[in-house]
Design a protein around this ligand. Structure first.
Ligand SMILES: Nc1ncnc2c1ncn2[C@@H]1O[C@H](COP(=O)(O)OP(=O)(O)O)[C@@H](O)[C@H]1O
Ligand SMILES: [Mg+2]
Length: 308
């Protein structure tokens, strides 16, 4: 048996003439948290639907937990959990009723259901709300309920599609603590996001753009191996300086962050500060320059068309 939770090769899905997922290769080890980072429309949800067996690929092979898709999709169903991008539970049922309903769908043995639901409500800090209608929950509580529902049958592999897009930063952090608990207990997690801070928490990360995988590694390696140096420039009239820098060959991108410009310079220049000062002598005289460490956002800019 393969040791990977997910092995996909050449995975492709078209809608009419548009290719939403374009020859995606994925190898996702068991037990890790693996992120899909990409802008809207980059194919994250479509990829997840292909990997859960809900959508059939036009090309490519998919092996999930040792099962071949689409042939063994039915067998797979009980072993995976899926939290959709949009809240998809019943707003006019209570939390308890929602979870009872999901438990029956998964065919959990009747005897254990009550205890399992009590355990989930406790774990996701929802015991006090158990008789409340799901519609009346806050954004963070709804996401925790959705996570409880997606894990009620103890899946080996969990798909989470932009789970925290409607959640404030504090709740997002708490939500991620729960994901690490699940990961620690052996659950493999595939999570899509367009938040850099969220992506940085993943063990591995694929950057998607227009259905293609542009990069795939640990966040640390992606930052370390980036093919650009990052220079921060502070001083006055940053808007004007930005326009000048953008005209300089080998300056890949310039973005303002507060009182600084963040400049990506081709790694071919081993001393980017001297090189920049030599390229734009007059304009940089009154500025402070420093080489800083790359961030995941820099990697994202380098891997995608974000700078073009
Ligand atoms: N059922 C569909 N029919 C036609 N086009 C679709 C369908 N589902 C997705 N798409 C298109 O495929 C592209 C990728 O969509 P999606 O996977 O939802 O991206 P993401 O989740 O990264 O925002 C988008 O351009 C979207 O409009
Ligand atoms: Mg989506």
């Amino acid at each position: 048996m393969t040791n990977a939770a997910i092995d996909a090769s050449g995975l492709t899905r078209r809608f009419g003439s548009y290719t939403a997922v374009d020859h995606l290769d994925l190898h996702i080890p068991r037990g890790c948290i693996y992120g899909f980072l990409g802008p809207n429309g980059s194919g994250k949800s479509t990829s997840i639907r292909l990997l859960t067996g809900l959508l059939t690929p036009d090309e490519g092979t998919v092996n999930i937990l040792g099962l071949q898709l689409p042939r063994q999709a039915e067998e797979l169903r009980g072993r995976i959990g899926y939290m959709t991008q949009k809240f998809s539970l019943f707003g006019d049922l209570t939390l308890q009723e929602n979870l009872q309903f999901i438990a029956r769908i998964y065919g959990l043995p009747r005897k254990g259901i009550k205890a399992r639901i009590a355990d989930l409500l406790e774990r996701y800090d929802l015991t006090r709300q158990s008789k409340q209608l799901a519609d009346t929950l806050s954004g963070g509580q709804k996401q925790r309920l959705a996570l409880a529902a997606a894990t009620i049958h103890n899946p080996e592999l969990l798909f989470l599609d932009e789970p925290t897009s409607a959640v404030d930063p504090e709740n997002r952090r708490d939500f991620w603590e729960k994901l690490f608990d699940l990961s620690d207990a052996g659950t493999t997690i595939l999570v899509s996001t367009h938040y850099m801070d969220e992506a940085e928490r993943c063990h591995y990360l694929a950057i998607l753009e227009t259905g293609r995988k542009r990069a795939d590694d640990t966040p640390q390696n992606l930052m370390q191996n980036m093919s650009a140096n990052v220079v921060e420039i502070s001083g006055n009239s940053l808007r004007r300086l930005k326009q000048q820098l953008l005209l300089t060959p080998d300056v890949i991108s310039v973005a303002q962050q507060g009182i600084r410009l963040r400049v990506l310079v081709d790694k071919g220049h081993t001393d980017p500060l001297s090189w920049l000062r030599a390229e734009c002598p007059a304009s940089l005289n009154d500025y402070q320059l420093a080489v800083v460490r790359p961030s995941l956002e820099d990697v994202f800019v380098m891997s995608t068309g974000a700078h073009r």
